[in-house]
Design a binder for this molecule. Structure first.
Ligand SMILES: [Zn+2]
Ligand SMILES: [Zn+2]
Length: 405
């Protein structure tokens, strides 16, 4: 990180402490909705710092409430707490102690950055209003953000805006990327079953073979991308599972196909779902088979609000040299903070995790991407991330109302 980076001194002084907390969480990863130790740790620290805590939203979610002054205004900061079902390939001291579970998406770092912000906000209280610290479960699987909202997160704790931060390998450490509009795609799944008629592989004329039907459907799906959606709209259809048959000389009765669909706009997603269903059902009919088609929408696209993104950028201008504030290029991965941004204005920014140089001896093979068995959050980011979260909340509450778009 460059000398020109303006951290909050009291947070920079806590760098070693935050590193210890982060590594402790990394060593004890918990899967979606099972974050009991992590939630206990978070709630315990918040309580120790004098922050009232509300627990149980979205099963294991924790909300800390830091209030100061008389203002009724409020802003939210969000971090996710869950890990992934990956067996960690690292062997350094803070590697996972839970076989088959790992903090490979850096949520250990997100939780720690928000704890760092919480500790500062509770001690210094140099703002007027309420900061809600949202520690959510189950980002990776199950939509913990949505579950907290179903349990009344924004009704019980109304807030003007909400901000979140994800670490991002491949962006230089200490650089923050953000953009208005769509930054992450929606995540959707399909499953279809082609019901044909099994028979002897040497007598196909007496059967209805579901396998060539699957081939036709799979090819035709890609024409939705190239021929049906608008060329400037971004979307992906990936067939990732194809299962049929169990022996070489038998035509199977049925064939099952599954995969994922990613898109940014709801209109494009509606079009894709409709066309996939038509292609699947009607192609089946052409060949005398019947097709059952299911489409499930998981996470919506993550769409940053323009005014809140510009506000976050302005906050960063006071902290980082211009070259360390960059535009986030949209990617087709998904993120359940999207649910929160559908309900409350806000911005999801990305903090560069660097190129992997920070990893200690004993790290595994492979590129340093998230969801990789050798991933590790970069501890050098903790003071910057925590400082940024504090500045977002404090400066938001100091402003008069919502910023203009
Ligand atoms: Zn992830
Ligand atoms: Zn993540």
């Amino acid at each position: 990180m460059t000398a020109a980076t303006k951290l909050i001194d009291a947070i920079a002084d806590q760098a070693d402490y935050l590193k210890t907390v982060r590594r402790d969480i990394h060593a004890h990863p918990e899967l979606s909705f099972e974050e009991t130790r992590t939630a206990d740790l978070v709630a315990g620290l918040l309580t120790e710092w004098g922050i009232p805590v509300h627990r149980g939203m979205g099963k294991t979610g924790v909300v800390g409430i830091v209030k100061n002054g008389n203002s009724s205004r409020a802003v939210g900061l969000r971090a996710d707490m869950d890990a992934l079902p990956i067996h960690e390939a690292n062997h350094f001291a803070h590697a996972s102690r839970h076989p088959g579970k790992m903090h490979a998406c850096g949520h250990d770092g997100h939780t720690t950055m928000l704890l760092g912000a919480a500790q500062y906000l509770a001690k210094h209280r140099d703002f007027d209003g309420t900061v809600y610290l949202i520690f959510q479960p189950a980002e990776e699987h199950g939509g913990g953000a949505r579950e907290m909202m179903r349990d009344g997160l924004f009704k019980r704790f109304p807030m003007e805006a909400v901000f979140g931060l994800h670490n991002m390998p491949g962006i230089a450490a200490g650089t923050i990327a953000l953009s208005p509009g769509a930054v992450l795609a929606s995540n959707n799944e399909f499953k279809l079953t082609i019901h044909g008629k099994g028979g002897h592989a040497a007598m196909p004329h007496l059967a209805i073979d579901p396998i060539p039907v699957a081939g036709q459907i799979m090819q035709a799906f890609q024409t939705i991308i190239t021929r049906n959606k608008k060329p400037l709209e971004t979307a992906v259809i990936s067939v990732t599972m194809l299962n049929a048959g169990s022996t070489p000389n038998v035509i199977p009765d049925s064939c099952e196909m599954q995969g994922t669909v990613r898109a940014y706009s709801a209109e494009t997603l509606d079009l894709i779902e409709r066309r996939m269903r038509e292609i699947a059902e009607q192609t089946g009919a052409v060949f005398g088979a019947t097709v059952s088609f299911e489409f499930r929408r998981n996470y919506p696209a993550t769409i940053n609000h323009a005014a809140e993104t510009e506000f976050a950028r302005e906050v960063l201008r006071g902290m980082l040299p211009a070259e360390r504030i960059v535009t986030q290029t949209p990617i087709m991965a998904a993120e359940d903070f999207a649910f929160m941004l559908e309900a409350v204005p806000g911005c999801y920014a990305f903090i560069g995790n660097g190129d992997g140089d920070h990893r200690l001896p004993g790290h595994g093979e492979g590129p340093c991407l998230v969801h990789n068995a050798s991933y590790d959050f970069n501890d050098a980011l903790l003071p910057l991330g925590a400082s940024f979260l504090v500045e977002l909340a404090a400066q938001w509450l100091r402003r008069e109302g919502r910023p203009a778009a």
